[in-house]
Design a protein around this ligand. Structure first.
Ligand SMILES: Cc1cn([C@H]2C[C@H](O)[C@@H](COP(=O)(O)OP(=O)(O)O[C@H]3O[C@@H](C)C(=O)[C@@H](O)[C@H]3O)O2)c(=O)[nH]c1=O
Length: 189
């Protein structure tokens, strides 16, 4: 299992080793020791799965009180996944990074994304449908959930909207009322 650096120091791409044989293939998608060796949190308490259609944009989400680190992977389809560093004491504060994520079965695209606590997370579905599965380091805490507007001008995230052929992203009513980055309650540092 390779743990690869990204443009954001604490966000990692996880590339598992895949073993092919005449039956098909096998891979470990999470290994606690590999995470520990890489000094990443290795304790997850919740697994989430969502199904979405093309153009659905979920995010940008984070939780106060019970921050969630997320280990994200795609089971089917193709998404553009975004992490935004909300930790005021971080050199990457206010920076974002985007990643094309595809299923582990696609040659050359075998990775999950590790997003630590203190980040906001969102994704845009680029395929007809997409199923996304992610483990979290803390439980869902509805009182603490927060949303920052996906198209916040300060963050200026370069969502790959061209792939939607002029159709606007589809967001939930809650996300349509997300806060501007400069007005958001950010996690304590
Ligand atoms: C996130 C979550 C939602 N729910 C419920 C609440 C609600 O009725 C329904 C749909 O919730 P949402 O609209 O918040 O779902 P969604 O917009 O998919 O929210 C998710 O977005 C991605 C980007 C993340 O990073 C996740 O942490 C989570 O915030 O599911 C739970 O029961 N447990 C959970 O952990």
């Amino acid at each position: 299992m390779l743990i690869l650096n990204t443009a954001l120091a604490d966000v990692k791409l996880i590339q598992p080793k895949r073993f092919g044989d005449n039956r098909g293939w096998f891979t470990e998608v999470f290994n606690q020791n590999s995470f520990r060796d890489a000094h990443l949190p290795a304790q997850f308490v919740q697994d989430n799965q969502s199904f979405s259609t093309r153009g659905v944009l979920r995010g940008l989400h984070y939780q106060l009180g019970q921050p969630q680190g997320k280990l994200v992977r795609v089971l089917s389809g193709h998404i553009w996944d975004v992490a935004v560093d909300l930790r005021r004491n971080s050199p990457d504060f206010g920076k974002w990074a985007g990643f094309h994520l595809k299923p582990l079965t696609d040659e050359g695209e075998i990775h999950s994304l590790w997003i630590p606590e203190g980040f906001a997370h969102g994704f845009l579905v680029l395929s007809e449908t997409a199923e996304v599965l992610y483990k979290t380091t803390n439980l869902y805490y509805p009182q603490g959930e927060r949303s920052i507007l996906w198209n916040d001008p300060t963050l200026n995230i370069a969502w790959p909207l061209d792939a939607l052929n002029g159709v606007a992203p589809s967001v939930s009513p809650k996300d349509a009322q997300g806060k501007a980055f400069l007005e958001a309650d950010l996690p304590p540092v």
